[in-house]
Ligand binder design. Structure first.
Ligand code: FAD
Length: 508
C-alpha cells in the first residue's frame, strides 16, 4: 500500500476527465489521472470529437449565427424539464461556461478547434443551420510527445475489428491527445491500470481520495478532492438490468472491459443522490459476427423493418431518436436493414466499424438473396409483409414523399445522403441481389448517474454537497435529461462540468 497526496484526483480519462485534469494542471494544481485500462480516452477516443459548446469564439470565427441566447432558446424548446430550477441552474452554468472554456483551452498552444458542419438533432427554435458543433483540430501522430502517442486509445475500428491504426489523429483521438499533452506537460501524473474501487473519506465525511486496484496490488491515493468522470455503467449487465437500460453490454460502444459504474456505486455508498431515468445515448447498432453492435448513422438508402417485416420510423432520424424508437417495442430488437446492390454490397450507411461483408454473410448477421421474398425467408421475416414494405418504400422514392414517416423532410435527414431522385434521402431499393443486415440497440454510453449541481459538486439526497467530491461525464445524470440536443452533447457537457469542478476547487 502506498500513499500520495494530490490537489485533485480525476477518475477516468475521457474528454471530460482530461479537460478537468488539463484545466487543473494549467492552474498549477497537482493532479493525478486514475484510469483502469492501459490507454487514455475511453469511448471519447472512439468518438468523432464533436463538442457541443455553443456561443464560443470558434462559431464566431466560422461566421455562424450561434449565440448563448440561441442555444438557450433551442434547449428550452427541446428539454422537457428546462424550467425546473435545478435543471435551469445547470443549463445556465453550461451555457455561460462553454465559451469561457473554449477560449481558455484555445489560449494553450496544444489546443485548437474548428467548426464541424453536422446538423443538430431537433427542428426547434434556436437551431443553427448545419449545426454549431466544434471539433479539435487533427494532429499527426509524429507531432505528439512519445508518451502521449503511446497512451491514446486506438480508434474503434482497430480495437474492434483489427483495422489499421491512423497516422493522423482526428476527432476524439485528437481531443484526448491534445488534452493529455497539456496534462503531462504541466506536471500531471497519469496512472493507467488503476481501477478505482472505493472513495476514501476523512473523519468529517469529506472525500479525501480513492482506493484502486493495480497489477501490483491495491493502492490508496489521497487528494483535496476527487472528480469522477469515468463513463457510465454501460459495461455492467447487472446495473443495466437494475436501472432498466435497454440493450446489452456487448452491443454498447464503450471499449470492452470499461465503464462498469464502480465510481457511481462508490459515491452512492456515501449517500450521493442518483437519477438513472435518462438511460442512455442510444443508436442503432449493426450486429457483428462476434455479437457486438456497431454504432450506425447516416443511412443513405434502404429501409429498416421489425420482426413483422414493417417499417416503424424514419431511418434518417438522428441516431439517438431512432434508437429510442427501437427500444419502444420488443419486435424491433433485432431489426433488419434491407438494402440493395447499388453500393456494391456494402452497407449504405456509416457503421463504426462496418466489418467485412463476407464475414457478415458467413455468420448470418447479413443475408443475401436475388429477390425480396427469398431475402425474407433467409432473414426469417414474413415474405408478403417485407415485399409490401419494400414496394411501398420504393413508391415513396418515386414521389419523393415518405407518407408514413416523413423521411427526408428535415435538414438532418439529408445531411449524409446524396440521392438523385426528388428526395435526397429516398433512394430506391431495387437493384438485386438484395441484402438484409441485423441491427440491435446500441448505445454510446449510459446517461443516468450521480446528481450534481451547477458547480459539478456531487449532491446527497437532501440536496447538500458531499465535500471534496465532484462528477462529470456519463458518470452523472445528464444535464440534457432524456434529450440528445446535437452532435457533441456528451463531450461538450462532460468538458464544461469537469472544468467547473476545477473552478469550484480553486475557489475552495
Ligand atoms: C463512434 C463514436 C462516436 C462518437 N462521437 C461523439 C462525438 O463526436 N461527440 C460526442 O460528444 N460524443 C460522441 N460519442 C459519445 C461519447 O464518445 C461518449 O458518450 C463520451 O465520450 C463518454 O465520455 P465519458 O468520459 O463519460 O466516458 P469514456 O470516454 O468512456 O471514459 C471513461 C474512462 O473511465 C475509465 N474508467 C471506468 N471505470 C473506471 C474505474 N473504476 N477506475 C478508473 N478508470 C475507470 C474507462 O476505462 C475509460 O477510459 C461517440 C461515441 C462513439 C462510440
Amino acid at each position: 500500500m502506498s500513499e500520495q497526496q494530490y490537489d485533485l484526483i480525476v477518475v477516468g480519462s475521457g474528454g471530460g476527465a482530461l479537460t478537468g485534469a488539463a484545466v487543473a494542471a494549467r492552474a498549477g494544481l497537482s493532479v493525478a489521472v486514475v484510469e483502469r485500462t492501459g490507454y487514455l480516452g475511453g469511448t471519447s477516443a472512439y468518438s468523432g470529437g464533436a463538442c457541443w459548446l455553443p456561443g464560443s469564439q470558434v462559431q464566431q470565427r466560422a461566421g455562424l449565427p450561434d449565440s448563448t441566447e440561441g442555444a438557450r432558446a433551442y434547449l428550452e424548446a427541446i428539454l422537457p424539464d428546462a424550467a425546473d430550477a435545478a435543471v435551469s441552474a445547470k443549463l445556465d452554468a453550461f451555457l455561460a461556461h462553454s465559451p469561457e472554456l473554449v477560449a481558455s483551452l484555445e489560449e494553450d498552444d496544444a489546443m485548437s478547434f474548428d467548426w464541424l458542419p453536422f446538423s443538430e438533432y431537433y427542428d426547434a427554435p434556436g437551431r443553427v443551420p448545419m449545426g454549431r458543433s466544434i471539433q479539435p483540430a487533427s494532429i499527426k501522430r509524429d507531432e505528439l510527445r512519445e508518451d502521449v502517442a503511446a497512451l491514446v486509445r486506438p480508434p474503434v475500428e482497430l480495437d474492434r475489428v483489427g483495422a489499421p491504426g491512423r497516422r493522423t489523429l482526428s476527432g476524439g483521438q485528437a481531443l484526448i491527445a491534445r488534452l493529455a499533452t497539456i496534462v503531462l506537460r504541466d506536471g500531471g501524473t497519469v496512472l493507467t491500470e488503476h481501477r478505482m474501487t472505493d472513495l476514501l473519506t476523512g473523519d468529517d465525511g469529506r472525500v479525501v481520495g480513492v482506493r484502486a486496484e493495480t497489477p501490483s496490488g491495491e493502492v490508496e491515493l489521497t487528494a483535496r478532492a476527487v472528480l469522477i468522470a469515468a463513463g457510465g455503467f454501460e459495461g455492467d449487465a447487472a446495473m443495466r438490468t437494475e436501472h432498466g437500460v435497454p440493450g446489452e453490454v456487448a452491443w454498447s460502444m464503450a471499449p470492452r472491459g470499461t465503464n462498469a459504474g464502480e465510481p457511481i456505486t462508490a459515491a452512492a455508498g456515501l449517500g450521493a443522490a442518483t437519477d438513472f431515468s435518462a438511460l442512455g445515448w442510444f443508436c442503432p447498432g449493426l450486429e457483428q459476427p462476434d455479437g457486438g453492435g456497431s454504432f450506425t448513422l447516416g443511412f443513405r438508402s434502404g429501409l429498416m423493418v421489425d420482426a413483422t417485416g414493417n417499417r416503424y420510423g424514419n431511418e434518417c432520424l438522428p441516431y439517438d431518436r431512432f434508437g429510442r424508437l427501437m427500444a419502444a417495442a420488443p419486435e424491433r430488437i433485432p431489426s433488419w436493414f434491407v438494402f440493395d446492390s447499388s453500393e456494391g454490397g456494402r452497407l449504405p450507411a456509416i457503421a463504426m466499424p462496418e466489418g467485412d461483408p463476407a464475414e457478415h454473410l458467413a455468420a448470418g448477421t447479413w443475408v443475401q438473396a436475388d429477390t425480396i421474398s427469398e431475402l425474407a425467408e433467409a432473414a426469417g421475416l414474413p415474405a408478403e409483409a417485407l415485399t409490401a414494405s419494400v414496394e411501398r418504400y420504393n413508391g415513396f422514392c418515386e414521389t419523393g414523399t415518405d407518407d408514413d414517416f416523413g423521411r427526408g423532410a428535415d435538414e438532418y435527414d439529408t445531411f449524409f445522403t446524396a440521392g438523385t431522385g426528388p428526395n435526397k434521402a429516398l433512394t430506391p431499393c431495387d437493384q438485386g441481389p438484395f441484402f438484409a443486415a441485423r441491427f440491435v440497440l446500441s448505445d454510446l454510453g449510459t446517461k443516468g448517474g450521480l446528481v450534481t449541481d451547477a458547480a459539478a459538486r456531487v449532491l446527497r439526497t437532501d440536496g447538500t454537497a458531499i465535500p471534496g467530491l465532484y462528477a462529470s461525464s456519463n458518470s452523472t445524470a445528464s444535464v440534457f435529461g432524456p434529450v440528445y440536443p446535437g452532435p457533441g452533447a456528451p463531450l461538450g457537457s462532460a468538458m464544461v462540468f469537469a472544468s467547473l469542478a476545477v473552478r469550484d476547487l480553486l475557489a475552495d
